[in-house]
Design a protein around this ligand. Structure first.
Ligand code: UD1
Ligand code: UDP
Length: 359
């Protein structure tokens, strides 16, 4: 009999794994959740379990805020012990974080069937920790659930056996569809921050290549300042802990019209996306959500592993040049806002379960 372990560690993994947990619960699947504790603040972790009504993880390894080698080492050692104790037959990891790599390495040791969700994404930029984690994980995985044809093609180009790749869409679309109505009903975030529908811009920035680098972080903030002057828009920035630490450390001046707030829960964030005029981000998940919810997006990176969002007209790459950020924001706000969602129809989790059942 199968015994499945779902490994999560960070905010986006909890959100993207939630639809799968729901269908596992509904279908009485023999599974448990293992949390690496990579994210640990209430608003980066527990808040999502509460809002999405997920049972608490059976294990938490508490491997957050550690230097890379120590973090991976602690995670792999502890995860291996749990796999062995629980006699796990299948492991599912989602995405490209350190938790994903550790969950995969630990499974590799025991010859457990390793399933990679959101496999095959490539930015072709090996300086990104996420790109290295994705490639390493893909190359020791047994089963690949890919969100798009691009991801499928990337794996085939790297000689992965086609028989093991399944095109399922991205569970983030399931998560949006399952929670948007509840968000509309319950979230008061617009009122709380005195924001008008379609009259503010939502920002997130947390990638190490952007916020660990004083030069790039300063340019990004200059870009936000320039955008705020376009139409006198409010900019709202729920700031990731990594970015807040660096903002303080670098003592960069904060643009006047940008409102820095604590990270918000998923329902508030969905509400913020849905009613925003534009999104400026370096997040992977937020590029997908913007595309899914019909909100134009400017990505403050030099590349993206989600090229489908650019091709369909939902997204544009601006890098960190302030003038480019301003121009592209202006252009995207005046563009038409309809495109076909490349990430699927919101039924990915069901599709994934039916394939797992046949393994
Ligand atoms: C990680 C992922 C990144 C993902 C992001 C989602 C890796 C290599 N990176 O980046 O791909 O986009 O999560 O948000 O796995 N911190 C806190 N409290 C928390 C979480 C983090 O204070 O709950 C602070 C700590 O100082 C920590 C730093 O943020 O050292 C960075 O956290 P970490 O998990 O290492 O990386 P992220 O930048 O969150
Ligand atoms: N998110 C959230 N609150 C916030 C910012 C983001 O709930 O204040 C959610 C967002 O809806 C998305 C996910 O977090 O689903 C994206 O996570 P993040 O940007 O941290 O990571 P990435 O997707 O870049 O790996």
């Amino acid at each position: 009999m199968k015994k499945i372990c779902l490994v999560v560690g960070t905010r986006p993994e909890i959100i993207k794994m939630a639809p799968l947990i729901r269908v596992f619960e509904k279908n009485d699947i023999n599974y448990f959740v293992l949390h690496t504790g990579q994210h640990y603040n209430y608003e980066m972790d527990k808040k999502f379990f509460e809002e999405l009504e997920l049972t608490r993880p059976k294990y938490n390894i508490e491997a957050g805020n550690l230097e890379y080698r120590k973090q991976i080492g602690k995670m792999v050692k502890n995860i291996q012990e749990i796999y062995a104790k629980e006699r796990v037959t299948h492991v599912i990891v989602e995405g490209d974080t350190n938790s994903v790599l550790a969950g995969a390495l630990a499974a590799n040791k025991f010859g457990i069937c390793l399933i990679h969700l959101e496999a095959g994404l490539r930015s072709h930029d090996l300086t990104m920790p996420e790109e290295r984690n994705r490639i390493l994980t893909d190359h020791i995985s047994d089963i690949f659930f890919v969100p798009t044809q691009d991801a499928y093609d990337n794996l085939v180009d790297e000689n992965v056996d086609k028989e093991k790749i399944y095109l399922t869409g991205n569970t983030i679309v399931d998560a949006v569809y399952q929670n948007i109505k509840l968000a509309q009903k319950t979230s008061n975030i617009l009122k709380e921050f005195n924001l008008e529908k379609n009259d503010y811009i939502l920002i997130t920035a947390h990638r190490p290549e952007n916020v660990d680098n004083i030069n790039r972080f300063s340019k990004i903030l200059e870009g936000f300042d320039a955008v705020s002057k376009l139409d006198n828009h409010d900019l709202i920035y729920p700031i990731h802990p990594r970015s807040l630490i660096n903002l303080k450390k670098f003592e960069i001046e904060r643009p006047k019209k940008v409102r820095f707030i604590d990270p918000v829960g998923y329902l508030d964030f969905l509400n913020l996306i849905e009613n925003s005029k534009l999104i400026i981000t370096d997040s992977g998940g937020v590029q997908e959500e913007a595309c899914t919810m019909g909100v134009p997006c400017v990505t403050i990176r030099d590349n993206t592993e989600r090229p489908e969002t650019i091709r369909c007209g939902a997204n544009v790459l601006a890098g960190v040049d302030p003038e480019k950020i301003r121009l592209y924001s202006q252009k995207m706000m005046s563009n038409k806002k309809s495109w076909e969602n490349p990430f699927g129809n919101g039924k990915s989790a069901e599709k994934i379960l039916s394939i797992i059942n046949k393994l």
